[in-house]
Design a protein around this ligand. Structure first.
Ligand SMILES: [Zn+2]
Length: 394
């Protein structure tokens, strides 16, 4: 799950034009055009899996082998497990592509993978097929490893293969729980959406069921942990917490979408904002512009074209002695670092872009010309207005 306050549900898509790297992720490569990233939590999990395989699972399945053999088999099995999770996620993304949905990235982390798509699904059928693809891959891998385990190979191999078969089948079963944001929750969402033809209602119901599972897992986990001293209990409670957060984020996104209704960027932006010239000096800007207007941000133009955003805060950081030598161009945030919006864009999608760290404000550009300025505050105000009637009713 993304860490922003408001993020698009991971299946359902993040429409971010410029991706800002999520904290704690690093890219390991591209597979078939999809960026694959690892979250740091996976390193800890990897070590834990190697240890539990080498120290417990493999020696009890195949007694009498050397420590080195167990350790080597444990590392190979753990790598194959990571590859299995990656294949599960690639299963989602391959089917998504066939449905015409671009896949942004895949992030592997503590509980498996998260595939981020760029758009929302066109139909309930498409969502259903994409959601089911991952667990089908896991079931296929599970069966394959079980068959390898039964094939009568050397004992260090069959123990690891048996574990890989078992863990892939567990992964499929867990992901098929009808608990949004798990794959089974998506399947449920697609079924509800198909049944009533109401996307927002389907999301609310799926989210509530997902939250129910979250609370159940937390309660069960705590009982196991407190009364049986079982470490799996802590694990289960943690998974429950993750489900709860994910399910809530989805309900929040849909609520925001509804509160902003059919609003577009043009309805909320400040049209024709006060601009400054890129070649103007900071001293000139202070005398001509800042002395009479106190805005927090000014779009910067060069020959009539927008080239960046000048924040008053970054001007204030320039020492007074440099004011006459320093140009606006050298003090502004260049276009690459500024979210670019279009007048016709949906307000909810603009909110997703402006919710990214350090984004806050975006330039509304139409045909290369500046049309307006939109800040997250403008959107927050619109949200307040959109939400208040519902809150008054309780
Ligand atoms: Zn999945």
């Amino acid at each position: 799950m993304a860490s922003d306050a408001l993020s698009r549900p991971s299946v359902g898509g993040a429409a971010k034009r410029k991706r800002r790297t999520m904290d704690g992720n690093f890219t390991i490569g591209r597979f078939g055009g999809v960026e694959v990233r690892l979250h740091w939590s996976l390193i800890a999990v990897f070590a834990l899996i190697v240890w539990s395989l080498a120290d417990g699972v493999l020696p009890s399945q195949n007694p009498g082998l050397s420590d080195g053999t167990y350790f080597g088999a444990a590392i190979v099995a753990s790598l194959l497990f990571l590859a299995s999770i990656l294949l599960h996620e690639l299963g989602h993304s391959w089917v998504a592509r066939r449905e015409g949905i671009e896949v942004d990235s895949i992030t592997l982390w503590l509980f498996g993978g998260v595939a981020e798509f760029k758009d929302r699904f066109a139909s309930a059928g498409a969502e259903f097929r994409v959601a089911l693809a991952g667990p089908l891959v896991s079931i296929g891998l599970g069966v394959l490893f079980v068959l390898i385990a039964l094939a009568g190979l050397p004992s260090a191999v069959d123990g690891a293969a048996a574990w890989l078969g078992y863990i892939n089948l567990i992964l499929a079963a867990f992901n098929l729980l009808p608990a949004s944001p798990l794959d089974g929750g998506r399947v449920l969402h697609a079924a509800l959406w198909r049944a009533k033809g109401d996307y927002a209602w389907a999301t609310r119901v799926a989210s509530e069921i997902g939250q129910g599972f979250g609370y159940l897992f937390i309660a069960l986990g705590l009982v196991m942990f407190i009364f049986q001293g079982s470490f799996s209990g802590a694990w289960l409670a943690f998974i429950g917490w993750y489900l709860l957060q994910g399910a809530k984020a989805e309900a929040r996104y849909v609520a925001t979408e509804q509160a902003l209704g059919g609003l577009r960027v043009r309805d909320l932006m400040v049209p024709q904002p006060l601009t400054v010239d890129a070649d103007s000096t900071i001293g000139r800007f202070m005398d001509d512009v800042a002395a009479s207007h106190r805005f927090t941000t000014y779009p910067v133009l060069d020959g009539g074209r927008p080239v960046g955003l000048l924040a008053f805060a970054s001007v204030a950081a320039v020492p007074r002695s440099e004011w006459d030598a320093r140009r606006v161009r050298d003090t502004m945030a260049p276009l690459d670092d500024v979210p670019l919006l279009t007048e016709d864009q949906r307000a909810v999608d603009a909110l997703v872009e402006l919710s990214a760290p350090n984004a806050n404000r975006g330039l509304v550009v139409d045909d290369g010309h500046l049309a307006g300025l939109l800040s997250i505050t403008d959107l927050a105000r619109a949200l307040e207005v959109g939400r208040s009637p519902a809150q008054a009713r309780g």
